[in-house]
Ligand binder design. Structure first.
Ligand code: LLP
Length: 424
């Protein structure tokens, strides 16, 4: 039987008229675990990772999976076993990495608002590096480290002021963003950090945004960062590692981001040309490792024709798939078993009481109530951004590995959604 591979989704294909992930029929997953359910392909995650590994072959480089993209313990386990470190942004994420078997020395702690309690815990377990985002944070981290008689390993997140050419909500490296230390004042902040007794300067980092589909912003950011490394080292402060953040985009709807190995081929050429080729490198990819490894399966509950629009109401909603509502993001939506016959133009929406609860607008679909749809590219920033709005329990999650289907998260019951609440 011939397989029809969907664009950008190498591990999801129609085998005849059945949509499959690796060797598993997705209709069997829906039948066994109910809907909505997220399914992730392990092979897809590992092949996305291998593109980076190929790109860094022969280099001193550590890949830190930015776990905010998808923080299920089993997903973290896959990456930990493949040798990845982790980029975290909260004490909660730290607890998850440790529970999944991640090694503390391979964790870097990013984020603009780390609390003293989070710093203390991270120092106690021997975290690899704090990516510090402000002068104020530097002072607090110094105090916390001194109170523990430790030296905190620090890198400063520098804001290189380059335009990543992505959605404004997910661009982070411009002057107007809340992230990082301004490029102009970074040298001063490094001098301050080097003088503080509770800190040990180990690196420099940047992260300019997410869903970046061109190499140029990376090349520009690299130039800006390397200029700074030259100045910082001239001031007598050695920089042991350079961390270029995450941000590489994926194909949602015909997007054509460079492949990770090709991007790094270009970036490493620049690094070599500027004499930094032998440095310890770090990166923090999230979306590009998991985004196209996941789908969300959802049942059509009703077809509701309207005067201006026809609606396809499914059992997944903005609480499961928040990206369309938040960023007007596009996710492909395909039937698990396509029907023959004419398609209708439909808005695919969820049951949540908000007009913003849409998953896809103006989609050509031939579907009936009871059919199962797959929302594609749902491996990143979907379950990890989900909520219980409208007291909807979170979906189940499964990891597919060849012929095997592992349940990696139970569907939440209503009781679980209010288990921490108390009557007065
Ligand atoms: N490092 C830092 C410091 C970050 O803030 C992020 C993402 C990453 C790495 C990973 O970036 P990635 O490789 O995944 O692009 N919720 C949005 C995306 C927010 C990204 C936040 N930071 C979305 O659904 O598009």
């Amino acid at each position: 039987m011939t397989a029809t591979i969907l664009p950008g989704q190498p591990h999801i294909a129609y085998q005849g008229s059945n949509l499959c992930m690796e060797n598993v029929k997705l209709s069997d997953v829906a039948a066994q675990f109910g809907t909505p359910v997220f399914a992730y392909s392990k092979a897809s995650m590992l092949s996305a990772l291998s593109a980076y590994q190929r790109g860094f072959a022969g280099r001193k480089a550590q890949i830190h999976y930015a776990m905010k993209a998808n923080s299920n313990l089993a997903v973290l386990q896959v990456f930990a076993q493949a040798g990845c470190g982790f980029d975290i942004v909260s004490g909660g994420e730290l607890a998850r990495v440790l529970a999944a078997g991640g090694h503390p020395s391979k964790i870097i702690f990013s984020g603009v608002g780390k609390t003293r309690a989070e710093m203390k815990h991270a120092l106690e377990i021997g975290i690899g590096c704090f990516n510090v985002e402000s002068d104020a944070e530097l002072e607090v981290l110094n105090e916390v480290a001194m109170s523990l008689h430790k030296k905190a390993p620090v890198s400063l997140r520098v804001n290189p002021n380059v335009d990543p050419k992505t959605h404004p909500y997910i661009s982070t490296g411009l002057k107007g963003n809340k992230f990082g230390v301004a490029h102009e004042s970074a040298l001063q902040t490094y001098q301050r950090a080097a003088a503080l007794p509770g800190l040990h300067v180990v690196g420099i980092d940047c992260h300019i945004g997410s869903q970046i589909t061109e190499a140029t912003p990376y090349l520009d950011a690299m130039d800006r960062i390397l200029d700074l490394v030259t100045d910082i080292e001239a001031a007598g402060i050695p920089i042991h590692h350079i961390d270029f953040g995450g941000g590489l985009g994926i194909n949602y709807n015909g997007d054509t981001p460079p492949a990770a190995d090709q991007l790094w081929h270009q970036l490493l050429a620049k690094l070599d040309a500027r004499g930094f080729g032998d440095r310890q490198l770090m990166i923090e990819p999230g979306r590009s490792l998991v985004g196209n490894a996941g789908v969300c399966l959802s049942e059509v509950v009703y077809i509701k024709p309207g005067e201006q629009k026809n609606f396809c109401i499914i059992d997944a909603a903005m609480n499961d798939l928040p990206r369309p509502a938040m960023y007007q993001a596009f996710h492909q939506i395909v039937p698990l078993s396509p029907r023959t016959g004419a398609a209708t133009l439909l808005d695919v929406v969820g049951p949540v009481c908000e007009s913003g609860d849409w998953i896809g607008r103006d989609r050509e679909l031939n579907v009936k109530a009871g059919d199962i749809l797959a929302v594609l590219s749902a491996g990143a920033y979907c379950m990890s951004m989900s909520s219980n709005y409208n007291t909807r329990g979170r979906a189940a999650e499964v990891l597919i590995d060849g012929h095997q289907v592992h349940l990696i998260r139970d569907r939440e019951t209503a009781q679980i959604t209010f288990q921490g609440e108390h009557l007065v």
